[in-house]
Design a protein around this ligand. Structure first.
Ligand code: GLN
Length: 469
């Protein structure tokens, strides 16, 4: 097995035993990316020299010493481009600082490697909204890798690199993880600092890891979690060792199956996979109970008001003056803004800005935005009540396996609806993980395990039991 195809934990063992060097790993990642990424398109750019230099300096005594991690191209890495897969930022921006997630990775000894593709500004579920390139699903060529962290998921699935970071506003880590067959963790809101993550929906966004194994996910969370004075929404709660207790199994755990998630809209084979893994966990001593999340049917509508509202405000900074490519010879100041934004943003981003501006406008604020905030509270309460009864919740990640490329853009509403199982966790601020199950007709499929706020240890333990069985 090539080094790039190994898990972080196994590379760590080999590094500390002196069997390999950090340079060996980075060299193999560079070889894999240059030999095979042309057909996959997971990386938008990478800097081999910088990565090799970092490998030679790596402190192997640190928890992630010498391990390369791919970075979604909406997270700032000092001295590297940060395009958000947008023409607006292509060749127009070099990060003047590290996101806190990146400085924490570096402090743990890891080597940020390359920039992975995404739906433009993380808006989408297929990575086809990237303004810069397409990404194939390595596990199922011709199918979408999922999104928006499609490049991050594809890079791990194709064994180009052992692990990557993504961001999840409404499912963008868990859904591509499910479609590509890797592990994807969305931590609770506030668990990881958002400082240096290009904001999409600030009340929803979280950075998280995509990995081959649950243990690697825990290893990365150990390094990434914690309070950051630069992000006032980051939490001061203690950071446990998330790798501890992974092997404890699910005996005695109460796991909920929400009845609203198992309706007609879901592909029967996906449903069957989730139900059969629930049976397996039951045979290992978990108690499976049916629960209700009664406001589930409003989640998509609520999210597609709140997320675009926040996006329309966050994206106002891209105007061709301070950020982004500037139009040439504008007639006046207003034309400079308008023409730069018209040329820079792709269609999905424009759609979100228009939608968000509309729901925030004075005549419609109460009817849409304020009402969506109220429904958001109801959705959060649903989870609070459910977690009084169960330790974690089992659901599909997406209603079906990865669709064929080219089908997602036909009907935006259809693709918004496919987010139904993932966005509630963002609206509620809870954590969730996607862990691979047995593929369906050759296509990967993930189980989503949802936990309460700061319930990462519980869902990691449960995910580890699923992984083993
Ligand atoms: N698919 C969702 C959207 O398009 C989620 C995106 C995300 O989590 N970044 O908004």
């Amino acid at each position: 097995m090539s080094l790039a195809a190994s898990s972080l934990s196994s590379l760590r063992r080999q590094l500390t035993a002196g069997e390999i060097s950090a340079r060996d790993i980075v060299e193999d990642v560079i070889v894999q990316v240059s030999a095979r990424d042309g057909n996959i398109g997971a990386f938008l750019s990478h800097d081999p020299e910088a990565a090799l230099a970092a490998a030679d300096q790596a402190d192997l005594s640190l928890p992630l010493g010498g391990l390369p991690i791919g970075i979604k191209d909406n997270i700032n890495v000092l001295g590297q481009p940060c395009t958000c897969a947008s023409k607006f930022l292509k060749d127009a921006f070099t990060s003047p600082y590290d996101a806190t997630a990146i400085s924490k990775l570096k402090a743990a000894g890891a080597i940020p490697f390359g920039r992975t593709n995404l739906d433009e500004f993380a808006m989408g579920y297929s990575t086809e909204n990237s303004g810069l390139q397409t990404t194939q699903n390595p596990a199922a060529p011709g199918h979408i890798p999922g999104g928006s962290s499609g490049g991050s998921a594809a890079a791990v699935a194709a064994n180009l690199i052992p692990a990557t970071l993504g961001s999840d506003t409404g499912g963008s880590i868990r859904q591509p993880a499910s479609h590509c067959g890797v592990v994807g963790l969305k931590p609770s809101y506030g668990r990881i600092s958002r400082y240096g993550l290009v904001a999409f929906g600030s009340s929803l966004d979280q950075i998280g890891p995509l990995t081959q194994t649950v243990e690697d996910s825990a290893l990365l969370l150990n390094a990434l979690a914690g309070l950051d004075p630069r992000d006032s929404t980051s939490l001061n709660d203690p950071v446990p060792d998330y790798t501890e207790g992974l092997d404890q199994g699910v005996a005695g755990m109460k796991l909920g199956l929400p009845k609203e998630y198992f309706t007609d809209g879901i592909c029967p084979k996906v449903r069957e996979r989730v139900e059969s893994v629930a049976k397996k966990l039951e045979s290992q001593g978990a108690e499976i109970v049916e629960i209700s999340l009664p406001h589930t049917e409003y989640a998509v509508a609520t999210y597609y008001i709140i997320a675009p509202a926040e996006a329309s405000s966050n994206l106002s900074r891209f105007d061709g003056v301070r950020y982004g490519n500037r139009t040439e010879n504008p007639e006046d100041m207003l034309a400079l803004y308008k023409d730069s934004r018209e040329a820079g943003f792709g269609p999905e981003v424009k759609r979100r800005i228009i939608l968000g501006t509309y729901v925030l406008s004075s005549g419609y604020y109460d009817a849409y935005y304020l009402r969506a905030q109220k429904v958001r509270t109801l959705i959060r309460r649903d989870f609070e009540e459910a977690f009084q009864k169960v330790d974690a919740i089992l659901t599909p990640v997406a209603p079906e396996t990865a669709p064929k490329m080219g089908t997602a853009s036909e009907d935006p509403l259809k693709h918004y609806l496919a987010d139904i199982f993932t966005i509630s966790a963002n609206l509620a601020g809870n954590c969730g993980i996607s862990v691979p199950l047995e593929p369906i007709d050759g296509l990967p499929v993930g189980l989503q395990i949802l936990g309460p706020h700061l319930g990462e240890q519980t869902i990691l333990r449960c995910a580890s039991a699923v992984e083993k069985s």
